[in-house]
Design a protein around this ligand. Structure first.
Ligand code: PEP
Ligand code: MG
Length: 742
């Protein structure tokens, strides 16, 4: 090790350095042959240096991944230690190397962060010799040094021109689209790999004590966390920590760490080496349980590394960051500077996870379920996230980069066109004014009110504040948020929807019994009316925040009129309570309900008589109307929200509103799709609410629309078209005939 260390710092040409390393290993291990193969971007292992084989075959001899003994080692990331190599089923003979009969063979993978970058091999003629475990360990340690050389770019350009190494290979992943948009930038690892810069120890014994001490501190910190009440009460956190405790005590792990130190590595390099070996071996396994445990081990190893060398290197000031993470909490995303993030790539992540909700609010493109993204990425690598398809392109070739640059430019131009419409009135060609409002839920959404040109907030999802927090927001926090929203909206109307939790929106700090059908379960108003403490606190916070201003309060998932009576009673009670304490009441208070459950369709007249306004939650109404789980990709798109029966239901609500002079709006996702919005206007909706980026496209559509002409055609279809399953074809045809962008 000492000689290798000297070789690493001597000012040598890279090829000379490699040649000397293999020579040194051969001499030290008393073997006839020592060779290094490096993995190229095209999946070929190329001979980069040899002692003992034909020197003329360097940079000429090649093996494919999986081919021969060397290819097998690279493909499996496992060492091979053989006493009779020629008779191994994977053996292949490479004539150009002048290879003779070498019976004894030991090969180890060159690994970095679990990725195979090459293979290091020693061979001897004498049969029956077996390389002991220590020699295999020692060879792996040298391989680690070589891995660092490769990662630092030290071997670039040694082969023929045009050859690129695997570390710089472009990789594309098929993820799941979680938030639309295109992000082009450079990798920022959310949990930066701790960079181990000092590899060799000066004194084995003192290094072993450093390691032992760090392990003791690590174990102690885990015990401390386990002893904390908040953790002890949390089933899931506790389970993870229990696993950490088991791993931290794992004899095999500790033994491998100590062995690596005894082979000359520093304690931190030993942790990295053992972890890299483990990753490489386990990455091929598909068992989700084992993969999860691997993540746990990674976390633990990172903790130990930080213990040994302090905090990991920070990511620095990247202005075009694409954050790559296994997963992260919503608050962690907010810690980044919004202006610096171009995209987010998650190995896990689902459409409803909190971090994705926040990313959507911030307009950050997100791809999720991108398996392997963290270990394949290096800090600073070029990367593209396509939030439209879910694809991620790591180290993209120039053609791919150009393609996405064009796409990005096209999108920016389109947004620019929409922005130019911002101050135009949302009026159809035949003079019908349509109220276009936006959906929101967090403070970060508010700037969009001015930027999008929305006329107000048609749906403020108050549960988002609860979902992104790790503990229940206090009454004062709620009030502060509501006041900030009312102030930011100035004179524009804001409709606050009371807590809509349960179903797929679970709060980690609120206990929920598992339910067979959560969408039909104990959620929203059902939960709120049974545990009125939560709803009353929220209503009080809303009324206080709106003291002297106008406010609209709306209840979600109403199924039965008695729920409206109960909710109104709670509002009355809180208003009286506040009046007793001298709070001025809101200047105006409107009370509404969401129409999301089909039972309300058959009591529209009494419903309208109870309310100041109604907003249709088409996401849920559609789910219950067609009995399709909105979150289940296998069925969610099976039926059409422009189908005749569904449009008839929507029209019935509009007509009931007209009869009672109660405004009816719609705030589900369909309001933001231009063709569906066109249908809604045709049905008679004069107010709809949508995600802010949809306002531009919907406005462009309606400014080209003759609402009267459309209504005529659409009503005819709904009245007479018994055979017509869907109005989609008619609507498309109408749009095309009238050159309406949709
Ligand atoms: C809806 O159901 O259409 C709606 C707007 O509410 P959410 O998407 O929050 O359930
Ligand atoms: Mg809903």
């Amino acid at each position: 090790m000492r000689r290798i260390r000297e070789l690493m710092i001597e000012p040598l040409e890279p090829q000379v350095r490699l040649d000397q390393i293999v020579k040194l290993i051969a001499k030290h291990m008393a073997t006839e042959v020592c060779s290094l193969y490096v993995l190229r971007a095209d999946g070929v292992l190329e001979l980069y240096a040899t002692e003992g084989l034909n020197p003329g075959s360097v940079h000429l001899a090649q093996l494919r991944l999986g081919e021969g003994l060397v290819g097998t080692i690279a493909a499996t990331a496992r060492p091979l230690n053989l006493t009779d190599a020629q008779n191994h089923p994977a053996f292949t003979y490479l004539p150009e190397t002048g290879e003779e009969i070498y019976a004894t063979f030991l090969g180890v993978p060159v690994l970095r962060a679990g990725r195979t970058l090459g293979v290091l091999v020693v061979q001897t003629k004498a049969a029956g010799r077996h390389y002991p475990e220590e020699e295999s360990e020692a060879l792996e340690t040298v391989a680690m040094v070589i891995a660092e050389m490769i990662a630092a770019g030290g071997l670039e350009g040694l082969s023929r021109p045009g050859v690129t190494l695997d570390l710089t290979r472009p990789v594309s992943f098929d993820g799941v689209p979680l938030c639309d948009g295109i992000g082009i930038g450079r990798v920022v690892l959310h949990e930066p790999r701790v960079v181990v810069s000092s590899l060799f120890n000066e004194d084995v014994d003192s290094e072993v004590s450093r390691l032992t001490e760090a392990l003791a501190i690590l174990r102690e910190s885990i015990e401390d966390m386990l002893a904390r009440r908040d953790v002890a009460d949390e089933g899931e956190h506790r389970a993870v920590l229990e696993t950490y405790r088991k791993f931290a005590q794992d004899r095999g792990w500790v033994r491998r760490l100590e062995e690596a130190v005894r082979n000359g590595l520093t304690a931190e390099a030993a942790v990295e080496k053992v972890q890299s070996d483990m990753r490489a071996r386990m990455m091929h396994l598909t068992d989700p349980y084992i993969r999860e445990r691997l993540h746990d081990f990674d976390d633990l190893a990172n903790r130990l590394l930080r213990q040994l060398i302090g905090q990991g290197s920070v990511n620095g000031d990247v202005t075009d960051a694409v954050v790559v993470a296994r997963n992260m909490g919503a608050a962690e995303l907010l810690d980044y500077h919004r202006g610096q993030i171009r995209g987010l790539v998650l190995e896990e992540g689902a459409a409803t996870s909190h971090v994705v909700i926040v990313a959507r609010a911030l307009g950050i493109p997100v791809a999720g379920q991108v398996k392997g993204a963290v270990s394949m990425s290096e800090k600073g690598d070029a990367i593209i996230v396509d939030g439209e398809s879910g694809a991620v392109h790591l180290r993209p070739p120039p053609e791919v980069h150009d393609l996405f640059s064009d796409k990005l430019r096209f999108r920016a131009e389109r947004q620019q066109r929409y922005r130019s419409l911002r101050d135009e009135p949302a009026r159809t060609r035949d003079g019908v004014s349509i109220g276009l409002q936006m959906n929101a839920g967090l403070l970060v959404d508010l700037p969009q009110l001015a930027e999008s040109g929305a006329e107000g907030i048609g749906l403020f999802r108050t549960e988002l504040q609860f979902m992104v927090a790790s503990t229940m927001p206090r009454a004062s926090d709620q009030e502060r948020l509501y006041r900030a929203v009312i102030e930011a909206a100035e004179d524009k109307p804001v409709t606050f929807r009371t807590l809509d939790v349960g179903g797929d929106k679970l709060l980690p700090y609120l206990s929920h019994a598992p339910e067979e059908n959560p969408a039909l379960g104990y959620r929203a108003m059902r939960l709120a009316l049974d545990r009125p403490g939560l709803l009353r606190t929220q209503l009080r916070a809303l009324l206080k925040a709106a003291s002297g201003s106008a406010i609209r309060i709306m209840f979600p998932m109403v199924t039965d009129l008695s729920e409206i009576h109960a909710a109104r009673a709670l509002i009355r009670r809180e208003s009286e309570h506040l009046a007793r304490f001298g709070y001025a009441p809101p200047r105006s208070l409107m009370i509404g309900a969401m129409l999301e459950v089909p039972s309300l369709l058959y009591q529209l007249d009494p419903l309208m008589a109870e309310l100041d306004f109604v907003s249709i939650g088409s996401n849920d109404l559609f789910q219950f109307f067609f009995a399709v789980d909105r979150g289940n990709a296998n069925v969610a798109n099976r039926y059409d929200d422009l189908s005749v029966p569904f449009l008839r239901a929507l029209r019935d609500v509009v007509r009931a509103g007209e009869r009672h002079d109660v405004p009816v709006s719609l705030c589900g996702e369909m309001a933001g799709r231009p063709l569906s919005a066109l249908a809604l206007i045709g049905l008679g909706f004069r107010n709809i609410s949508m995600a802010p980026p949809s306002i531009g496209p919907v406005k462009a559509m309606l400014m080209a629309l003759d609402a009267g002409a459309l209504a005529g055609e659409l009503h005819t279809l709904l009245d007479d078209g018994e055979e017509a399953g869907s109005a989609r074809a008619l609507l498309k045809d109408f749009a095309e005939r009238h050159a309406i962008p949709y």
